[in-house]
Design a binder for this molecule. Structure first.
Ligand code: PNW
Length: 523
């Protein structure tokens, strides 16, 4: 009898959740972005941006030929969004400002008061609701007139962005204590510059050999300039923090061969180091400098395709972040790939990086956005890598989330994913002593998922895009997350009974009975 009881008890406790509590000051939230939720694309004087332009002129680039013209209509329904945030119990809401809603032409000579009022109303209501904003200045929606001037490959963009940032700090800075300049330059400086059958991303260029690096260099300088402006003109009065949101998948070597270990370093340096190294350490990662210089030379270029920073620029960019904003979704298995015989055939960032990626077939794969696999331990390794390489910074997980096709309000996989990744965050905090201070789940609600249009859903709240009202309905994951936030721990009793996660009431009662019998037996 005893062995059987012990075995049953083991089985039941093995499925128990991490019962660690989150640190007292840990912040829970959700995230969104302007183009993906606001709609009101030309409302009240808003100017056209590159995603308006791209989706209107190249609808075939989007899976369902849709666009963000109306999206979740948050331009009109932000009060409802805030009700959902309040009910969920979050202390932080991460969202982004639409540059062309505030400056319709992109330039600061004309400010659109209606756009300013929209964000002031949103910020005031958040403030009254006790919800702290984490505001991204740029989540991929450059004003079209500035795109027409060359967009981020034009070095003069540094000044246009600095002017925009100054306007935003001036108008909204009293309400905002956490700023992020850019969301994931890794994504828009790459996907926007590779236009092939797999990548459909505004502005839709095919300039991966050089355009992508020019974009990266401009972004780093623009970020640094905005940071210095805040530091010199606003920090004293407003007392906030400024950062940049960076993303990379964890790169796990496919085998333990020296080549695949090298692939891991290449993947992480070309993926994360490209932005984090200049900001937290100084200059591009040496590995990138050497590799792109060497390949460019062999390709017949007179100098490296990777733009060189002057000593002055290196110093100007270094140290321009007050905390580390990390977006993280998934893990890739990486192998060392392209050998030197590829040189001269094609020049590109992808070939410079020189790795191939694959997945372990045991990893659960998301629907529609099939790049997304459920690998919770990857986040713990990622957080540790950031901690070790960039001087033990304060880390905020600004995005993490799971996609499905939205066919059901019962979303056990999203719960399983989020629980696993949050548990990984707890391990990093308690076992590895890494300073993770907050987490904003992507996303509050289903929204315009870029080239996937409305076919891929990341929300904890479902949005009926067929209804004029854009009716919002919370999913199971919303109630689960609400419970976790209330408990401030991965509490066992938050588990929502469903097919693939959580335990039923009967199982819980059974577990208690077994434990009581065991206790009596030992006493
Ligand atoms: C983020 N990856 O982009 C963006 O910041 C959001 O706007 C977007 O909706 C969300 O993720 C979901 O896609 C990513 O390949 C794009 O690992 C690609 C990856 C990660 C994040």
């Amino acid at each position: 009898m005893l062995p059987l009881l012990l075995f049953l008890n083991f089985l039941l406790s093995a499925s128990a959740l991490n019962d660690n509590a989150f640190p007292e000051n840990f912040k829970f939230g959700v995230a969104t972005a302007a183009y993906q939720i606001e709609g009101g694309w030309d409302a009240d004087g808003k100017g056209e941006n590159t995603w308006d332009h791209y989706t209107h002129y190249f609808p075939d680039s989007i899976a369902d030929k849709s666009n963000g013209d109306v999206a979740c209509d948050s331009y009109h329904k932000y009060k409802e969004d805030i009700e959902l945030l309040k009910e969920l119990g979050v202390s932080v809401y991460r969202f982004s400002l639409s540059w062309s809603r505030i400056l319709p032409q992109g330039t600061a000579n004309y400010v659109n008061q209606a756009g300013v009022d929209y964000y002031l109303n949103l910020l005031k209501l958040l403030n009254e609701s006790g919800i702290e904003p984490l505001v991204t200045l740029y989540h991929w929606d450059i004003p079209q007139p500035l795109q027409d001037l060359g967009g981020w490959s034009n070095p003069l963009m540094v000044n246009y962005f600095a002017d925009y940032a100054t306007v935003a700090f001036e108008l909204f800075g009293d309400y905002v204590k956490m700023w992020a300049t850019f969301n994931e330059p890794q994504s828009f400086c790459l996907m926007g510059y590779i236009n092939n059958e797999y990548s459909h991303f505004a502005p839709g260029y095919d300039l991966e050999a050089e355009g992508s690096y020019l974009c990266s260099a401009t972004i780093l300088k623009a970020h640094a300039k905005a940071y210095h402006i805040y530091d010199e003109q606003f920090r004293d009065k407003q007392n906030g923090k400024v950062s940049i949101v960076l993303v990379v998948n964890w790169n796990e070597p496919a085998t333990d061969s020296a080549d695949d270990m090298k692939a891991q370093e290449l993947g992480l340096q070309f993926g994360m180091g490209i932005y984090a190294n200049p900001i937290y350490v100084g200059n591009w990662p040496q590995l990138m400098i050497d590799r792109v210089a060497n390949r460019s030379k062999l390709e017949g270029y007179s100098k490296s395709r990777l733009p060189e920073f002057t000593e002055e620029e290196i110093k100007y960019i270094k140290g321009t972040s007050d905390f580390f904003c990390l977006n993280h979704y998934t893990t890739d298995l990486v192998s060392y790939a392209y050998e030197d015989d590829m040189i001269g055939v094609n020049s590109s960032y992808t070939l410079d990086k020189g790795i191939t990626t694959s997945y372990n077939s045991s990893w659960k794969e998301a629907q529609v956005s099939t790049w997304n696999h459920m690998v919770p331990w990857g986040l713990r390794k990622m957080i540790n890598w950031v901690d070790q390489n960039y001087g033990h910074p304060e880390i905020f997980i600004t995005e993490n989330g799971w996609a499905d096709d939205g066919s059901s309000l019962d979303d056990p996989d999203r719960i399983e994913y989020t629980e696993g990744y949050l548990s990984s965050v707890l391990d990093a905090i308690y076992e590895d002593n890494v300073n993770v201070v907050g987490y904003t789940h992507w996303s509050l609600m289903d929204n315009f998922e870029w080239s996937f249009g409305y076919t891929s859903k990341f929300g904890m709240v479902s949005v009926d895009f067929k209804s004029e009202n854009r009716t919002r309905t919370p999913k199971s994951s919303y109630y689960w997350y609400k419970c976790i936030i209330e408990a401030r721990s991965l509490a066992d009793d938050c588990a929502v009974p469903s097919e693939s996660s959580g335990r039923s009431l009967a199982t819980n009662v059974f577990a208690v009975i077994i434990s009581v019998i065991l206790a009596i037996y030992y006493l």
